[in-house]
Design a protein around this ligand. Structure first.
Ligand SMILES: Nc1nc2c(c(=O)[nH]1)N[C@H]1C(S)=C(S)[C@@H](COP(=O)(O)O)O[C@H]1N2
Ligand SMILES: [Mo]
Length: 345
């Protein structure tokens, strides 16, 4: 995403999944009878089986500690994953890939920086401030934020604006169910999200060379935020959220480019005005507020018509066509009726 030009031929080593990882995953799938492929897997897997991955490395969680109440809450999530658009039939990206190929610029700009630099990330205590146009503003502990919600597994495609994608089994709940509790008032047209500002935890926040203006910010229009697909995630693969994926709580908006899915949230503010968002702020000609996945509108420096579905290797580039709204058009298209999506990119 940062303004690096590179030839198609020099694939950085961080983008090449070791063949061993890829093939052992395949062997594992074959080992369970060859049926656990694609949609069959989604139907047959229970919530617990969802957590399984042959090559999973627990050290990759990168958390200083996991609060006991959170572990318990995750274990008490709904037993069966929801179906339809909440459970993508695509083959899931293995845990080790989803947790070592990340964008989290607070830790650095290379894909491996977040997983290698996020050791002992502290999420306890954690609180989220609720502010702006609502009847119940205040500072809430993470436990209070999560208390009334039953967690569930949802498998979503994640499409980065850089033209790669993954398929991740998140643990979480609908953002709208959270927002309603704070009783947004009639002036609440947008909702703004802010990432933790803490240079002790995020090395890039004290770097003199960082191009981003911290803290990382994002926003949604209120009707987008209330859409049932928009999700607050507190974990993946049936466990707590790894630091590098946005612990302890992050947004996931599967029909938008990945940069909308802001990590490690500490503030949610209801607003009458459209919030700024970090990438638009940095380069408005390249990144917009809406950022809906759209194969018909290219990034000024690359095509958005296709994407690399991770894991990839030199032998298996796994390039697939990008779908409008990342394949969620039936669900979300109506939110944008009458809007010119070339202008509102
Ligand atoms: N705070 C914060 N949130 C962020 C980012 C970031 O750099 N900082 N990167 C975004 C981008 S560009 C993408 S593609 C997704 C990646 O999520 P993942 O690492 O869990 O796959 O996180 C998004 N959320
Ligand atoms: Mo991204």
């Amino acid at each position: 995403m940062l303004i690096k030009t590179r030839k198609a031929s020099d694939i950085p080593s961080s983008e090449i999944t070791p063949a061993s990882v890829y093939f052992s995953r395949r062997d594992f799938m074959r080992g369970v009878g060859g049926i656990a492929i694609g949609s069959a897997a989604g139907v047959l897997m229970s919530g617990d089986a969802m957590a399984e991955d042959a090559n999973r490395s627990p050290a990759l969680l990168n958390l200083a500690s996991k609060p006991a109440w959170l572990v318990q809450k995750i274990s008490q999530r709904k037993p069966a994953p929801p179906s339809g658009p909440f459970a993508a039939a695509d083959e899931k990206t293995p845990f080790n890939d989803a947790t070592t190929y990340n964008n989290f610029y607070e830790f650095g700009t290379d894909k491996t920086d977040p997983s290698s630099r996020a050791k002992n990330f502290a999420i306890d205590p954690w609180s989220v401030e609720i502010a702006g146009e609502c009847n119940k503003p205040g500072k809430y502990t993470l436990e209070d934020i999560l208390k009334p919600h039953t967690l569930e597994d949802r498998v979503y495609r994640l499409r980065c604006v850089e033209a790669w994608s993954m398929v991740i089994p998140w643990v979480g709940f609908s953002l709208g169910d959270l927002l309603k509790r704070f009783e947004p008032n009639g002036n609440a047209k947008f909702v703004e999200f802010q990432t933790l500002q803490d240079p002790k935890q995020f090395p890039e926040q004290s770097s003199r060379f960082a191009t981003i203006h911290w803290p990382y910010m994002e926003g949604l229009r209120m009707d987008e935020a209330m859409h049932p697909l928009a999700m607050m995630a507190v974990g993946l693969y049936g466990d707590a959220m790894p630091a590098q994926n946005g612990a302890p709580i992050r947004l996931v908006v599967p029909w938008k480019y990945g940069f909308k899915s802001i990590k490690s949230i500490v503030r949610i503010r209801f607003r009458s005005e459209m919030p700024t968002n970090t990438w638009k702020d940095l380069q408005p000609s390249e990144y917009g507020f809406y950022a809906n996945v759209n194969p018909a509108v290219n990034h000024p420096r690359w095509s958005q018509a296709t994407e690399r579905r991770l894991p990839t290797s030199l032998f298996m580039p796994h390039r697939i066509e990008t779908k409008p709204f990342n394949g969620y058009a039936d669900e979300v298209e109506s939110l944008y009726a009458g809007m010119d999506l070339r202008k509102n990119y």
